[in-house]
Write a new protein. Sequence first.
Length: 401
Amino acid sequence: MRRPWLSLFALLCAAPAWAQPADEPPAEEQPAAQLSKLPAVLEQVEAVYPPEAQAARQTGEVVLLITIDETGAVADAQVQQSAGNGFDESALTAIKQYRFSPAEMQGEPVAVQILFKIAFTLKEEVQQVEAPVDEKRPTGILRGRLLERGTRAPLAGLQVRIKDGETRFTDAQGGFVFEALPVGEVVVEMRDDIYADLEDAETIEAGKETTVTWYIDKEGFSDTVTVVGRRPRKEVVRRTVTIEEIRTIPGTNGDALQVVQNLPGVARTPFGNADLILRGGGNSQAYLNQQPIPIAFHFGGIRSTVASALIESIDLYPGNYDVEYGRVSGGVVDVRLRKPRTDRVHGFAEADIFDAGALVEGPIGEHAGFAVAVRRSYFDALLAAAPKPEGFTITTAPRWY
């Protein structure tokens, strides 16, 4: 079964006591949606074949419009294309017991609507007869995982099958397992409208477990575009610098706040000092998420007090700013922090001639995250340890943390 992406069909087929996937024509590639995470099937319930329709050898397809709420539950389901003969009622009963991973927008769960098709077909039941013990073939285990190439995000709800054999669906971590495969070469297949097809041969050994991770390219996109914006605010002068622009501006030593000195209306102070002088005025003020920062820079402008890796954007108001910023005569620099990444734990460490720093961020539960950044200078320690001429003393050395 293909994962039911936003506005795409997810197909299921139901037999007298079970459900199986049904074929559907590939969807055309569409512009990318702005959802940060699309819904995926986590739990599914087999649709019951209506006894009257089964006795009459009747088949049918029911198209449902379902609403998936912020928890991943099916909040509402309506029949868009009826099949009659008891198929509609059976499809509604089954879909209301499904469980999805909720769609997310900028890390926050949101409700979405999708079209979901349940196809009822008949298949001859085959009675399986267990082979005698001495005729059983040796088997092995294949454990796999599907991740999105580039982001390493787990791909949940994708259908994986052994060619001419069994079928599995990936779990919330993108994993699946085939526990009793015959010894020898097997071909693993995956087909999806959103991601590139997978067809790979693996060798199964008797009594052993083979573990493989596949990285899948994303090729298709949803046909719905969601745009999210801030409420318009009227400002006479405001210049915004995003973190992408900050990383490309030379001459700032990777310090985001020093980028402000390259903007119109900002004066450069001599000797590399990074004081904020906006339009020649005094008493300029820096803000962090609209809260005043007492000290914007360490030791005369060598380093800013805010870790650049945590900044989302910087707003510069050389003049005519809102009253919410208080009684400032020069100008305002408003630094906005980004949200921590919550897909998994991230971090890095860095060091240069002046200081060393590190950052760690990751998820807390399902809907929260954390980010911690630290920095400590060691230039003062190097100066203290360096040999000094007779009569030479150091009264002031740069030190910050």
